[in-house]
Design a protein around this ligand. Structure first.
Ligand SMILES: Nc1ncnc2c1ncn2[C@@H]1O[C@H](COP(=O)(O)OP(=O)(O)OP(=O)(O)O)[C@@H](O)[C@H]1O
Ligand SMILES: [Mg+2]
Length: 339
């Protein structure tokens, strides 16, 4: 039997915390289902563990490390001071202190966060990605971009489909201007504008560093959207259960692709993994065009880990139970050296 690990599970919090914060109320809420699932898995595995929720005080972590001295940190902190752009710095802090931790290091987190940087890198490695431009947050003059409509307009650095509604799909210059202005005001982020890629929406999960395991491919199927509605994973399509039921939007495994196509998707996924220096676990968002061309949309390092999400579903389809998956990620983190 493998030795037990002493694990510090690191969360993010939305308000200041203390060293021994009681998180039991939060852990009952749907927002904390990933955190609760990971803790339940650690209990089942018998790993001694402690938790720390970080808001804006890295000194708490230093003190916790002194008293608890973990073998590895299970890093579930994906924001700092309520800012999702700062997650890479938490990983950088851990790397600077030579603390073993799960998931991706700061380089992968930074490269994937900026979707334009990620697309340039992926394209330079020969994987197709939609043509795009970026619009600075302060730019007021909005001439139509040199791209072919329809376009997708989204924040350059957001995730979880924030800012992605049906209106992200734009067919005219007027719609384009309206959507860019709206996102500039609402998100304060720069804007990514890319050509819309028609095709199937695929999610590929990978685990590992140099020779990652590519897990069975998942797909978001768009059932019966209203006529003319874009087939994209809007915030509603992802998170609104009533809408998903009504519109037949469903997640599942891909079973109908020819083995040669699956192999091409897997090869492209490995290339993307390498291009973006992914060194932990990740979920890639791809589109497969009607003529079976693999197109990169974006990469999600440290994707949500709850058992019902695509990443865990894919990983478990390789034959792991959920606790075994959590154990695997912890042991992978233990052996990592990061950049
Ligand atoms: N160029 C594109 N062509 C077609 N569909 C697109 C394109 N860009 C984005 N989409 C659609 O919009 C969805 C959300 O885009 P994206 O993955 O970039 O956002 P996100 O907020 O990072 O999402 P998440 O973090 O939940 O994966 C995609 O899953 C896809 O359905
Ligand atoms: Mg996405």
């Amino acid at each position: 039997m493998k030795p037990k690990l002493k694990i510090l599970v690191l969360f993010d919090a939305v308000r200041p915390t203390s060293l021994d914060q009681d998180l039991s109320a939060e852990l009952q809420t749907p927002d904390w289902k990933t955190e609760a699932a990971v803790l339940a898995a650690l209990r089942e595995l018998g790993h001694p563990h402690a938790t720390l929720a970080l808001f804006d005080d890295m000194d708490l972590l230093r003190r916790k490390l002194q008293v608890f001295q973990p073998d590895v940190i299970f890093n579930l902190a994906d924001q700092f001071r309520n800012d999702r752009a700062l997650d890479q710095h938490i990983a950088a802090y851990l790397a600077m202190h030579a603390l073993p931790f799960t998931g991706c290091g700061p380089t992968a987190l930074a490269l994937c966060k900026n979707k334009a940087i990620a697309k340039r890198l992926v394209a330079s490695h020969g994987v197709r990605t939609a043509r795009f431009v970026t619009v600075p947050r302060a730019q007021r003059r909005l001439a139509p971009p040199p791209l072919a409509f329809p376009l997708i307009v989204k924040p350059l650095r957001e995730e979880a489909s924030y800012g992605i509604s049906g209106a992200a799909f734009v067919k005219t210059a007027a719609q384009y201007r309206a959507r860019v202005r709206y996102l500039q005001e609402r998100t304060g982020d720069d804007i990514l504008v890319e050509e819309y890629i028609d095709g199937r929406e695929l999610y590929v999960s990978l685990i590992g560093r140099r020779h990652p395991q590519v897990c069975p491919i998942r797909e978001l199927v768009f059932g019966n959207l209203p006529p003319g509605a874009p087939r994209i994973a809007t915030y509603q399509a992802k998170w609104d259960l009533a809408y998903r039921r009504r519109r037949g939007v469903a997640s599942g495994f891909v079973t109908d692709l020819a083995p040669a196509v699956v192999r091409r998707i897997e090869a492209a996924s490995r290339t993307i993994h390498r291009a973006l220096e992914i060194d932990g676990y990740a979920r890639l968002d791809l589109r497969l065009t009607p003529d079976h061309e693999v197109t990169f949309i974006e990469a999600n390092p440290n994707p949500m880990l709850s058992p019902d999400e695509d990443f865990a579903q894919s990983a478990m389809a390789t034959g792991l139970t959920y606790p075994q998956l959590i154990d695997r990620l912890a042991r992978l983190g233990l052996g990592a050296t990061r950049s």
